[in-house]
Design a protein around this ligand. Sequence first.
Ligand code: PAF
Length: 289
Amino acid sequence: MSVPIVRTLKELRVTVANWRSHHAKVAVVPTMGALHEGHLSLVRAAFEKADRVIVTLFVNPKQFNSAADLAAYPRTELSDAAKLAPLGVHMLYAPDASEIYPDGFSSNVSVTGVSEGLCGAFRPGHFDGVATVVAKLFLQTGADLALFGEKDFQQLHVVRRMARDLDIPIEIIGCPTVRESDGLALSSRNVRLTAQERALAPRLYEILSSTAERITGGSGVQSALDTARSDILAAGFQSVEYLEYRTESDLLPLSIPDREGRLLVAAWLGQTRLIDNVEVAVASKELTF
Ligand code: PAF
């Protein structure tokens, strides 16, 4: 069985209208391709909640910060389609660029607040690019629900805010990060790691996890973050772009574990920028800060 590939908005709309006439619930999983088990886990979660599942594949130029990064991004449509087929995906929407950004396209969706700091501070314009393309994909597909991985935790917040602010009637579902057996978060960029870098990449998750435990256990937040930063560098990473402790619900800076939090990190390993995040549990009431 193969996945029907749709390239035009017209065909997408006709197909979805037909599904809707049969009262089908429609889910969308937006991707840029180079699919791995993380994407497939979103697809499986989509099948649990919807009758029809659309995966979108569009390498969105507006969210890249450098032409070289865009050019280097893997384009693997054939093998992506082959991975989706056994799952029974109803449509791979891989639009021509002109369906997303037709001649004269002049609009921009910009989300303030949750897009600031963290990745937003190091990738100017990135989240405008994400919010713009995702808004278009939501409106084009008219899906009832959309699934995103928690690995891109800030992106998940940006997309939620955007859909809420623009009254797009879609439910956004965040799904847990999928990891290799050694803890490395799956990412389409992992293929860029050399064998030596790949061997030390899991240290990022190990350090994040132990730091989260230390914070919950009552260590001072700043000293725990300082130690984690030195440990990441000592493990062989070139630089740490950010390592921050933020609230789970709205990504505000957090200084004590008195509510659900997240530790979020971006660090460079050779030519590869890795991001990851872990939950930080609330400390028990006996601890005094
Ligand atoms: O996470 C991604 O792959 C992309 O940012 C997304 C959401 C598909 C938008 O291009």
